[in-house]
Design a protein around this ligand. Structure first.
Ligand code: PLP
Length: 358
């Protein structure tokens, strides 16, 4: 018989596994999670609702009330298509699975790694077009690549991860008009940026907008949604596994939508802290801080690996971007004021003044 591992597609064997570091006992500022808890009363109310969930029954496969509530939460009516995913990661996978095999996926890079990873896993070519040195869109390079590659699917993270910036709106619209296929604007960080392409859905039939509840405080539930033209969403829905959103998630999301004011208030606190942390970082020699509209800050550091290890030794976990193709860069998620103070206090004193490309 064939060696069991020889049956794995070579492009899968050559992939590294998606690594999630062990964060037990650490101040966790590496994964863009909301740091705030719920008030006790709200937690009790939630538990009371979950109490009578019939876990012996399959969940609703396409929960109509929940889909309506999510559409309403972004100001859309029932004429717009909506697809729910087990996190927006699953929706990225559904898009890639549904796309014709003879088309490529294209995105400006650096960006969210799952666009590239999922494309490669499903066997689609991924084309990355470098951002400018300030991480803005390189409009000309993108339009040229779109003409050359004719991609079936373009991803634009707005704001972008890991850079934190919002791309220029006029350039994004130009890309939507120039693209011969679907353009997905991924608004994972909408709660912090409050800027959206949802109003353009009516105008552009190739536009889809991706949202998630993860970054505003429900990362553990796994709920993302994709909105766009109803006919296109109906086709994408065919690759969805029937019970992809479990009962506890459906019930908890409906509950959370009724408490959206709490999440909005928490996001506002995160944004205020982001400005405070950005200013504190900018005042440090040896660091170069990039402006952010999200709940994290990207910065370049002289001796970034040493800075990361120093923080880790002080039990503060941030993201070293060296493993994601950005050596010399670190990304810190905004936590509570106390967590942010711990991060700032744990930065090594006397960072070297010289930055490679500052
Ligand atoms: C975090 C993130 C996601 C993933 O969200 P999930 O809904 O938790 O899967 C999607 N897109 C971008 C740009 C992200 O940063």
């Amino acid at each position: 018989m064939t060696d069991a591992l020889d049956l794995i597609r070579p492009e899968i064997r050559s992939l590294g596994a998606y690594a999630v570091p062990d964060a037990r006992g650490l101040i966790k500022l590496d994964a863009m999670e909301n740091p705030y808890a719920w008030p006790d009363g709200m937690r009790d109310e939630w538990l009371a609702e979950l109490r009578d969930e019939a876990l012996n029954r399959y969940p609703e496969p396409a929960p109509a009330l929940l889909r309506d509530a999510l559409r309403a939460s972004v100001g859309l009516g029932s004429d717009t298509g909506i697809l729910l995913g087990n996190g927006s990661d699953e929706l990225i996978q559904m898009l890639a699975l549904a796309l014709r095999r003879d088309r490529a996926v294209l995105a400006p890079v650096p960006t969210f790694v799952m666009y590239d990873l999922i494309s490669r896993i499903v066997g689609l070519p991924f084309v990355g077009v470098p951002l400018r040195p300030d991480f803005g869109l390189d409009r000309e390079a993108l339009l040229t690549a779109i003409r050359r590659e004719r991609p079936g699917l373009v991803f634009l993270a707005y704001p972008n991860n890991p850079t934190g910036n919002l791309f220029d709106e006029a350039s994004v619209l130009e890309i939507i008009r120039a693209a011969p296929g679907w353009v997905v604007v991924d608004e994972a960080y909408f709660p912090f940026a409050r800027r959206s392409f949802i109003p353009y859905l009516r105008e552009y039939p190739n536009l889809l907008v991706l949202r998630t509840l993860s970054k505003e405080g429900l990362a553990g539930l796994r709920l993302g949604f994709l909105v766009g033209p109803a006919a296109l969403i109906a086709e994408l829905d065919k690759v969805r596994l029937p019970y992809n959103i479990n009962r506890l998630t459906q019930r908890s999301v409906a509950f959370a939508l009724r408490h959206s004011a709490l999440f909005a208030a928490q996001a506002a606190r995160v944004v205020a802290e982001r400005e405070r942390v950005a200013q504190a970082l900018a005042a440090r020699p040896g660091l170069r801080v990039f402006p952010s509209d999200a709940n994290f800050i990207l910065f370049q550091a002289a001796g970034a690996d040493v800075v990361w290890a120093h923080l880790r030794a002080a039990r503060v976990l941030i993201k070293n971007m060296a493993g994601s193709g950005l050596p010399g860069y670190l990304r810190v998620t905004i936590g509570t004021p106390a967590e942010n103070d711990a991060f700032l206090a744990a930065l090594p004193p006397g960072l070297a003044g010289a930055l490679a490309h500052a």
